[in-house]
Design a protein around this ligand. Structure first.
Ligand code: IVH
Length: 662
């Protein structure tokens, strides 16, 4: 038998290294499943050799360490993690233990989705968010209040009769936000986040709250504690109460009478997980009754009343047989791995995106290598890492001419992408049309890959504006096109003219201008022509629009061929004006506020945003037109002026009272 002493120590070292990568650096090298396997192995060795037990073993603590840079805060009660069940048998074992320990009493499970993010505690006092803390090592976390305040689904105030309470829940980034963030990072030549969980962690733990704000995080609450203890005697009840208080609570929760019902939930979501807008890695079962939870108690690391049923990672190992290059709408060349087909979670995968040259470099990948691929959501699978180098390897080189049109390819300084700069490249045109017609943009049903290929190859469409000149007769010239579908397509194209301005704006395909930015620009400027003629500075006045986006918009409209496109779209009858905004209602409608001094719970900006959200206006100086002055600590001359003019004065609590939900 091998000598267990060095083996155990090596394994512990290895685990510590991975914990550091995961918790401290946000840069894990192995998957959770691989990490769990290492821990299991260590635990088994320790069980067989109790003489080698050690107090600093990774099996004896909850998680990793907190990173420097944030204030450390002790948790009101430990934030533990969960034991895992990796298959149905292990789940049944868990159930058997629970039943035994409860001595045959009736009990129920709450089944919840196990969202793949990072857990966070949020403390409230007098109904107001006071402090948000990451899990850290489970005993002590990091104060991320300022960042957490930017998470829109985390209520800043939550009506309740508890003087203080705490929620625990999961901070996640949904897939759409994740894809958008990575696309932006590609554009800016930054490295990609490996998955939404890392992106959420990286976004919550940055030192600038504006960065967190731009990342669109979400918070789902799953515990309600008062003084570190569950607030109600049933977990299910707590979840309902959290929802009532305004927290986002995952709706896919179920109260289950027994393990069979719980297993059905696990199976259901394993089959349907791709339909969810966020990633899950399993289902959590919790014994519903808090009295029964107390009777079951805890092990050193996890509660005995809960378990995570973990789905198998959807990874597989296969060979990269070649690397092809695709040309996108902006001309960006994307390398795609051609794989020896392999089944991953029930789907055969033959291609995986490699994003760009830097990513290939980072992976150290060459054609011929064996790689680990992963499928998550319904997005194109990706290469996670090289598993083993091939015996015959071939290095990838980015072509210096476009594989489609033969045009020149350039990679600009500081950019991750190489681009075909030929604006007439047919691949670029095809992608532009597909983008133009896609759902969420102009939404033209029936304009798919095959049709667009034909339209471009037969030169029926040489610019997206040509779509509006298509007639049924022209379409009937195409292969596999009947009168009925031709009619439908022409009708759908016609109907797309009614799309509102933000859609038209995002349809243009201006770099960095996706759905959200288009919405903000349309709100700010009200008309396409105003945006087209706006100066750089003006563009930058738009919320969330920085210099880079402003520059892209500005340059787009200075390009003669884009101007021509815009003119043609205007003649076609597309919507160039924003619909008039409905005047905002709300309890503060028609009132003007002036803020002065330091408010106890709100920064000046937050208070302004809140007032505006409820229909009020905020002004800088006090006049007779001011309805209220909201005064905090150290209020100065504005408060004085309010008194002179007889303007009514409020404190923060009175302001909150005014906007309290009926
Ligand atoms: S309960 C003591 N419920 O999974 C109970 N956790 O391994 C601890 N998670 O650290 C957590 N969804 O980050 C719970 N509905 C859910 C969850 C959930 C995701 C995460 C959480 C936790 C880890 C447990």
């Amino acid at each position: 038998m091998k000598n267990p002493v060095p083996e155990i120590e090596l394994l512990r070292e290895e685990i510590r290294r991975h914990e550091h990568l995961y918790y401290v650096l946000d840069r894990p090298e192995i998957t959770d499943a691989e990490y769990d396997a290492l821990i299991r192995k260590l635990r088994a060795l320790e069980q067989d050799h109790p003489e080698l037990a050690s107090l600093d073993s990774p099996t004896l603590r909850v998680g990793g360490r907190a990173r420097e840079g944030f204030v450390k805060v002790p948790h009101s009660s430990p934030m533990l993690s969960l034991d895992n069940a990796l298959d149905e048998d292990e789940l049944r074992d868990f159930d058997r233990r629970v039943r035994e320990l409860l001595g045959g009493a009736d009990f129920r499970y709450v089944a919840e989705l196990k969202m793949d993010g990072l857990s966070m505690a949020a403390r409230y006092r007098n109904g107001l968010l006071e402090q948000a803390i990451t899990r850290g090592d489970g005993a002590v976390g990091e104060d991320v209040t300022e960042n957490a305040r930017t998470i829109r689904s985390l209520p800043l105030r939550a009506p309740t009769s508890f003087e203080t309470f705490e929620t625990r829940g999961e901070t996640v980034m949904n897939r759409k936000a994740f894809e958008r963030l990575n696309a932006e990072r590609d554009e800016r030549g930054l490295s990609r986040f490996a998955n939404p969980r890392n992106a959420a962690a990286g976004s919550l733990r940055v030192l600038e709250p504006q960065v967190t704000a731009s990342r669109r995080l979400d918070y789902y609450a799953y515990f309600l504690l008062v003084d570190g203890r569950p607030a109600f005697d049933s977990h299910w009840h707590s979840l309902d109460e959290l929802e009532r208080m305004g927290f986002k609570v995952n709706r896919h929760r179920k109260l289950c009478g027994g393990i069979e019902e719980a297993l059905a939930v696990c199976r259901q979501w394993e089959a349907q997980r791709d339909e969810l807008p966020y990633e899950i890695d399993g289902v959590v079962l919790k014994v519903d009754s808090i009295a029964q939870q107390s009777a079951l108690g805890f092990t050193a690391k996890a509660p005995r009343w809960a378990i995570a049923y973990k789905y198998a990672a959807r990874q597989a190992v296969t060979v990269v047989e070649g690397i092809e290059v695709q040309v996108g709408r902006t001309g960006a060349l994307t390398p795609v791995a051609r794989l020896k087909p392999v089944a991953v979670g029930g789907v055969t995968v033959a291609r995986a995106t490699l994003h760009n040259e830097d990513e290939i470099e980072r992976l150290g990948l060459q054609v011929g290598d064996e790689v680990v691929i992963e499928r998550s959501g319904d997005v194109i699978p990706k290469v996670v890492r090289v598993f083993a180098q091939g015996s015959y390897r071939k290095r990838f080189e980015m072509p210096d001419v476009c594989p489609v049109c033969g045009g020149k390819v350039v990679r600009e300084e500081g950019e991750a992408a190489s681009r075909c700069i030929n604006t007439d490249c047919s691949a670029r045109l095809k992608e532009s049309i597909l983008h133009f017609a896609s759902r969420g943009v102009m939404n033209i049903d029936g304009l798919g890959d095959a049709l667009v290929d034909q339209l471009v190859d037969r030169r029926l469409v040489e610019s997206v504006a040509d779509l509006y000149d298509l007639t049924g007769d022209k379409l009937l010239l195409l292969e596999r096109m009947g009168a009925k579908s031709a009619g439908n397509i022409v009708r759908n194209i016609e109907a797309s003219k009614k799309n509102p301005l933000p859609r038209v704006l995002s349809a243009l395909g201006i770099r960095f201008v996706g759905e959200r930015t288009a919405q903000l620009l349309a709100e700010e400027f009200g008309a396409l022509d105003t945006i087209a003629t706006a100066g750089l500075e003006e563009l930058q006045q738009t919320p969330e629009v920085g210099p880079k986006v402003a520059e892209a918009v500005f340059q787009f409209f200075r390009e003669p061929r884009n101007r021509e496109l815009v003119d043609r779209l205007r003649s076609a009858g597309l919507n160039f004006e924003a619909e008039l905004k409905r005047p905002k209602g709300g309890p503060l409608k028609g009132m003007t506020f002036v803020l002065t001094g330091t408010l106890p719970n709100f920064t000046r900006d937050d208070a302004k945003r809140m007032i505006e959200a409820f229909g009020g206006k905020v002004s800088e100086s006090v006049s007779k037109k001011t309805t209220y002055v909201v005064a905090g600590e150290d209020a100065g001359s504005k408060l004085e002026k309010a008194r002179q003019l007889g303007v009514r004065i409020l404190d923060e609590a009175a302001l909150l009272e005014m906007v309290k939900a009926e």
